[in-house]
Design a protein around this ligand. Structure first.
Ligand code: SF4
Length: 334
């Protein structure tokens, strides 16, 4: 691993990417998935992670229940994801927005709708025994690949508690994932720590994001990580862990990163405002980025016919939300 870090430091990242590409070909990673994180709520009881939009909302929300999304809206989004061939990256919500039994019930319905069990990213919890076949895996929000910075930026979700939850998840038969944001002040040397964390906890899937500087946070004027830095990290993880699943997040102002991240070993891409981008030139751009890597895209970002009709195959109560999301996709001006 040190070799990879040295190569990145010596500006030889393109060599690493070429090796990661070869390895991906050997592993037959020839399809790229589109991933959608489905949010449950705009409330988080912790609300103190330095980069997070929710940290700017905590004092504005008087009644946390009012920030919960309607369950039928959540299920309608899942049904539309199925229609257009997108994976559900995970169900995500701030701390204490839904109870474990409510999350289980939502996940069970999504399993029925999509025929796929669901990943969770709903915070550190002791309640994993409640979950069953509707859940495929548990995600730990590591966020920063540097423990000192982590304590400072995410003071209420200690890394050791995340690690214990993931270990317990593994013992119960669930898969394990972590999320990592690049651009929060970590350095390329911190990737060594990340590698150890992945090894220590037997992680199956890593979801990377590049910093999206939110207004009102301490990072609002920070720059996002450079494309070759991001790609170097992905290539290093791919080369160290040939079998791991890697998902990479970009924002609309970083679509040009997608091609190089796929070349570096990403299996899927995420972090798009789905209904705003669907069918637009931005959605087309994502498809073009994948096309020029020579890989096949699972699902569509442009085929509006796949959105289908404004009637749920699952429950008529979802119809009005399906209609709303289809209209948003067809009328967006993004
Ligand atoms: S725990 Fe998650 S949702 Fe809550 S403030 Fe931190 S990053 Fe945001």
């Amino acid at each position: 691993m040190m070799d990879y870090i040295e190569k990145i430091k010596n500006f030889e990242t393109l060599d690493l990417i070429a090796k990661a590409k070869q390895l991906s070909q050997k592993e037959r990673y020839d399809t790229i998935t589109l991933e959608r994180a489905i949010f449950l709520s705009w409330w988080c009881d912790k609300g103190d992670c330095g980069f997070c939009y929710m940290s700017t909302q905590k004092n504005k929300i008087k009644d946390p229940k009012s920030a919960r999304r309607k369950i039928d809206a959540i299920l309608a989004e899942a049904e539309l994801c199925k229609r257009i061939g997108w994976n559900i990256e995970f169900l995500s919500g701030g701390y204490d927005s839904f109870t474990s039994s409510e999350i289980k019930s939502i996940a069970t319905d999504i399993y029925d709708i999509t025929n796929n069990p669901v990943w969770l990213n709903t915070g550190i919890t002791e309640d994993l025994e409640e979950y069953g076949e509707e859940i495929i895996g548990i995600t730990g929000a590591v966020e920063i690949a540097n423990p000192t910075l982590h304590n400072k930026i995410c003071p209420s979700k200690p890394l050791d508690q995340i690690g214990s939850m993931l270990d317990k998840a593994g013992d119960l038969g669930f898969k394990k994932a972590i999320t990592v944001i690049l651009g929060l002040g970590e350095t390329i040397d911190d990737i060594e720590y990340l590698i150890q964390y992945i090894k220590n906890h037997g992680i199956d899937r890593v979801i990377f994001y590049s910093l999206n500087p939110h207004k009102g946070t301490e990072f609002e004027n920070s720059s996002q990580p450079a494309s070759l830095y991001y790609a170097g990290v992905i290539a290093s993880i791919r080369l160290t862990f040939p079998k791991i699943e890697i998902i990479c997040g970009t924002w609309t102002d970083n679509l040009a990163n997608i091609g190089i991240l796929i070349e570096s070993g990403a299996n899927g891409i995420t972090k798009f405002p789905l209904f705003k981008m669907f069918g637009t030139r931005y959605g087309k751009r994502v498809e073009e980025e994948v096309k020029w890597t020579g890989k096949k895209l699972q699902g569509t970002f442009t085929d509006t016919e796949k959105l289908g009709i404004a009637k749920s195959d699952f429950n008529p109560a979802l119809d009005k939300f399906i209609k709303r999301y289809i209209e948003e996709s067809l009328n967006n001006k993004y």
